[in-house]
Design a protein around this ligand. Structure first.
Ligand code: FAD
Length: 421
């Protein structure tokens, strides 16, 4: 374990092929570099600085803390304040494109059986996901079945009658058939996030809150990270700033990857008084026009909206709330009379909807961990491991390769210059 605030020389040798580190064995260029001088306190020097302590930054810090010294910088007073704290908390292996599904399945074992002491309660609990479709949505249901069947042999095709046996409120004239993923789970997002943060700290990583990064430069083989009037120095900066990742790239002088934050709205409403609903599977429209599942004695629903927005502390829009109510009442016999709570979060995507993980092709030491979209919770164990392995100069872990995780699929190098927009 590297001591917090000290650069690991092993790490330096691994990445840069040399034997030195920031404070000892410096090359000529570094000796002339004031950042590398003894005048800089060790408390300001790290192997890795992680920008953002949401699920992405926390998972990366957890795995990176086994490789070197780590500092997480989070602009809010609560890590998880933005998208991570606003998720629908579902784990489904039938969701997203092939790289997402590989990352999700590759992380299942960690979520089911995390390391000792990681969490006091189970991170995953049984739920099931029921994809439902009208007569005109059979192709979308086939696609959901095929996506799940790639990694699972338990996917089931259901008739309309079988669908209603599972979720009796789904309307007979609306839902024609379904696909059941029995192994889909609820994720305890807070337990997972706190597990990563606590585990990272246990290995010496530091977290600074209310620490917005305002400038980034790369000088003499070192990244200088400005936060709150102080300069921090690191060999590698991990850009895990969620919806703000392209803005962080601007600070670093890297090309944007064309990240688009999209608002997604959720509502919590009373369930039916006369039918038990706590054990229903989550039900998801085959074309993702709505979804719902029980939560804390009520029902959480979403219109599955995707409104492009600038990065911000996003709030729900009344129209999206009304659309959620309308779509859920059209598909079910639920009567939504009282909305207990509503919220919105930003799901950030690049054009191919695949996360961006890897060193920037242009700016040395600048590492991307962006574009988690609607999958950043369920993919976090794999994404954190891949990010840590690549950022420390290694390769995608062999077990994840077997699940189909390929570094080139995730690499920021897949975006040519000018791809932003
Ligand atoms: C309604 C909804 C439902 C969802 N459902 C699911 C689901 O069922 N399953 C699933 O897997 N995923 C789901 N997601 C997606 C998931 O929540 C995200 O993919 C994930 O939370 C992204 O994590 P993150 O760490 O990248 O982003 P964030 O949690 O937003 O973290 C980024 C952090 O960076 C910080 N930051 C930004 N700029 C700076 C700066 N300059 N300096 C310092 N810090 C900075 C921010 O304050 C923030 O805390 C859902 C999302 C929403 C909104």
């Amino acid at each position: 374990m590297a001591g917090a605030g000290r650069v690991s020389c092993i790490f330096h040798a691994k990445i840069y092929g040399g034997t030195g580190c920031l404070t000892r064995g410096l090359g000529a260029a570094e000796i002339n570099n004031p950042m590398a001088s003894d005048k800089i306190p060790h408390s300001q020097i790290f192997d890795f600085v992680v920008i953002g302590a949401g699920m992405a930054g926390a998972s990366a810090a957890y795995f990176l803390s086994a490789e070197g010294s780590v500092l997480m910088l989070e602009m809010e007073s609560q890590p998880g304040y933005h998208t991570t704290g606003r998720s629908a908390a579902l784990f489904t292996e039938a969701y997203g494109n092939a790289p997402i599904r590989a990352l999700t399945t590759g992380g299942r074992r960690f979520l089911i059986d995390p390391p000792d002491g990681f969490a006091e309660t189970p991170i995953l609990t049984p739920r099931g996901a029921l994809f439902v479709g009208r007569d005109d949505q059979m192709a979308a249901l086939d696609a959901a079945y095929d996506a799940g069947a790639e990694h699972l042999d338990t996917m089931q095709r259901l008739t309309g009658r079988e669908v209603r046996e599972l979720v009796p409120v789904l309307r007979e004239g609306y839902v024609a058939a379904g696909v059941l993923e029995p192994e889909a789970m609820d994720i305890d997002v807070n337990a997972l996030h706190q597990g990563f943060l606590r585990g990272a700290r246990g290995r010496g990583a530091q977290l600074r809150q209310d620490a917005r990064v305002t400038a980034l430069t790369h000088e003499g083989g070192t990244c200088r990270v400005r936060t709150g009037g102080e300069d921090i120095f690191a060999k590698v900066v991990i850009n895990a700033a969620g919806a703000w990742c392209d803005e962080i790239a601007d600070l670093a002088g890297a090309d944007r990857v064309g990240l688009v934050p999209k608002r997604r709205t959720a509502i919590l409403f009373d369930g039916p008084g006369d039918i038990p609903f706590a054990a229903w599977p989550a039900f998801i429209d085959a074309d993702e026009e709505f979804y719902a599942r029980s939560e804390s004695g009520a029902i959480m629903g979403s219109p599955a909206d995707e409104m492009p927005m600038a990065p911000c502390d996003v709030q729900p829009d009344e129209l999206d709330i009304a659309i959620a109510v309308d779509r859920l009442q059209a598909a079910t016999t639920l009567e939504i009379r009282r909305i207990i709570r509503s919220w919105a979060g930003l799901r950030s995507f690049v054009g191919d909807k695949t996360p961006v993980v890897g060193f920037d092709p242009k700016v040395a030491g600048f590492f991307w961990l962006a574009g988690q979209g609607g999958y950043g919770i369920q993919t976090a164990p794999s994404m954190g491991r891949v990010a840590a392995a690549l950022a420390a100069g290694g390769d995608v872990p062999a077990d994840l390769k077997e699940f189909g995780v390929i570094a080139a699929d995730l690499s920021p190098a897949r975006f040519g210059p000018g791809a932003a927009g």
